[in-house]
Design a protein around this ligand. Sequence first.
Ligand code: ADP
Ligand code: ADP
Ligand code: ZN
Ligand code: ZN
Length: 887
Amino acid sequence: MTTEQTETGSWQHGVVVRGARQNNLKDVALDLPRDAIVVFTGVSGSGKSSLAFGTLFAESQRRYLESVAPYARRLIDQAGVPDVDAVEGLPPAVALQQQRGGGGARSDVATMTTLSSLVRMLYSRAGWYPQGQPMLYAEDFSANTVQGACPECHGIGRVYEVTERSMVPDPSLTIRERAVASWPVAWAGQNQRDILVSLGYDVDTPWKDLPRQDRDWILYTEDRPTVGVYRGLSPNETRRAQKDGVPATYQGTFVGARRYVLDTFANAKSPSTKKRVSQYLTSEPCPACHGRKIKAEALSVTFEGLDIAEFSHLPLARLAEIARSVTAEDWRPSEAEHLPDHVLDAESRAASTAARVAEGGASHDAAPDVRRTPNLSMEKRAAAQRLAADLAARLQPMSDLGLGYLSLDRTTPTLSGGERQRLRLATQLSSQLFGVVYVLDEPSAGLHPRDLDALIRILHGLKERGNSVFVVEHSLAVIHEADWLVDIGPEAGERGGRVLYSGSPDGLAEVSESATRRYLFAEHAVARAPRERRTPQGWLTLEGVTRNNLRGLDVSFPAGCLTAVTGISGSGKSSLVSQALPVLVRDRLGQRTGESTELTGDPESDLLAADDAADDVRGEVTSVPDGVRRVVVIDQKPIGRTPRSNVATYTGLFDHVRRLYAATDEAQRRGYRAGRFSFNVVGGRCPTCEGEGSVMVELLFLPSVYAPCPDCQGTRYKDSTLEVLWRDRSVADVLAMSVDEAHAFFEGEDSVHHSLAVLRDVGLGYLRLGQPATELSGGEAQRVKLASELQRASRGDTLYVLDEPTAGLHPADSDRLLSHLQGLADAGNTVIMAELDMRVVAQADHVVDLGPGAGVDGGQVVAAGTPHDVAAHPDSATAPYLRGEVG
Ligand code: ADP
Ligand code: ADP
Ligand code: ZN
Ligand code: ZN
């Protein structure tokens, strides 16, 4: 600690915030130091993000947008105008958030970190070219440019096709019997059939007996003929009507079955439609490039014996080693070692000629073009060493942040939020920006305690370069490093939003209202009653688990107990816990895997995600105890992607509410049934906004905005629906209530009351029932899922699987979550979670520690047993940190 940190006066240039009211903030006034590490703490929902991102970052972005041309504003994803009276002294802000997904299938670690251009330059300027092959430009090595992409698959690496087999799974059916399974369902499919009747095709002969020519036309035609359709007429009657010139019922346009699948997949808005047609698409590695995405000429160029696709597939830590070896004084291209002497001689002769030419020609061409020089020239060697030195320097912070196991070609949709944020953080280090404020969202997420020091060094590095660093964090190790601490609370939502403390960290010890104080200062800690370890009710045993870096892993978990799976980042925790375990156990139990793939809306990434999910998880469950009959995954994925989904609908409690309204005398008199009170179906909802409560307003030159619906004023319902009252409140009034308010309001209505009690119990009493799912944080979504599970009568026969459930949670929230998980295990259920918070791990019955390293160096069980056993293990990277918690 330096003296500056204890002395407010030494922080000179302040950021001044007055009247901040974004979301739940209570007219916040705050002065923050610049050029310092400022950490924002508080329980989940207290308002940390509303202050750091919703107010400070949003205000910085708004000012930036005001300074650019109006048309550019449209292109930038605007964070919105914050509700704040004044913000002064704010430097330009760079936000590094944890958004998952997005980026698209063509975005990967290389493009995200901008290392792609450096690597392409390396291959273009310093690569080893086959004899006689002209040199290539950097762009020729990119799958994302027309010059570089494999002409066969256009740089995707896979080819997608729709085949007769995929579209017509059962050729013994007739067209009338829906032989073409890929056709749209219901009316639209029938329409295609009726058009074929008008076109004279036979719809009553089994598909396999139709002439090849007809089958090909129906499936593959690119023509879109329009004909008159006679609804309800048989094929014979249709032909007669056509001959007699009877006017058709309507005009229909035929679309080839293949064209329909491809277009629907590319354009459908609805994820379920997309998903339906995606099952008729087949994909396989591109036969031309074998999945390497770029053209053959570019793949023929090597660097240290690797083509650019192979290079991009190596772990970053290995690339750093190669790059460092190239910078050595006596380095020679490894390709040169295998060349026969006469070729080497020729190369060297050419090289020295080129050097002379370059020298002599210096007056015409100040910088000799190394792309024209032979493989062994001095210029080329110099270029290789300079570019390799750059590469090594750029890779260092990525390895430091525990990301050395990632490869350049790893696609962004498969990265976790924490991996993404740390990659962006490492990338920022080479941008050499100064005088900005970095706003970060829990950068420690997913990071093993072993790697926290490196993170902290990097945050200090940003500060020392003359930047301000604002961090929302829950890791006590990071909080301890703060120059300045802002604690928000005391609770969540309405009961939060106040600044409880702003100053140097030690001062928080005086603030009794703060939930953070109990965890930061040992003397204020709440003593925890020691727990008895549970006795395993049998063992769930898996053998030969193979997925990502898990290669034939054998592992067992105690049933009826709480197990924590630990290991450094990249050791294989997610691969085991969230990817392999649920699939294998469900398979064994005969439970359907269900909707495991979430669609992003981007056709390419969706296909890749589907491929990935179908990708072989291999292994065998060799023993399932009686106590495991069902698998439930409780993750932080959003509970819905539309504002139509909310807490009330997701937990099912809204069904009960609607029934209460339908049972009132007024509803009975008017003949309103329960469906009338739904905003998701036509009937009682507002027709203008179709029950969304808001309408999109398109503004010229500006991003579209959502405004409250002018007809229902945001209530989502028709006036007539709102006239039906239960205990003097309308159904819209109920949706506007917080869980706490509703809990009081529904006193005596057992099923509704019970659901609400559980939601309060997991700390969500502050959420509004109608709060759209899209506004919930990952942690909130996870607790809504947990509550939905808890409200079911506990059957004690379920395997609950959680991946880093405490990510994004304040220690106080983690404790509460943990006590619910303990409750599930007490009731006989089995709980298995990947977890990195050693406070939480110490409370488990059993620990499985993966490692020893990350990526190919991981994927094995290093230690397994009680937290005490693992803490004592000599080879476990987790042991030293767990020791501090098991006492
Ligand atoms: P924290 O970052 O401390 O977890 P947030 O700032 O995300 O808390 O949330 C503070 C409160 O504001 C919570 O009650 C949350 O539900 C609410 N909230 C967050 N985002 C929105 C939003 N976009 N619209 C309305 N309310 C929101
Ligand atoms: P952890 O959860 O312990 O951080 P992961 O299971 O995420 O580790 O990663 C283990 C290894 O598997 C790493 O080498 C990682 O790069 C790789 N991996 C994880 N998920 C994927 C994926 N979806 N596609 C390809 N590789 C993956
Ligand atoms: Zn290809
Ligand atoms: Zn409306």
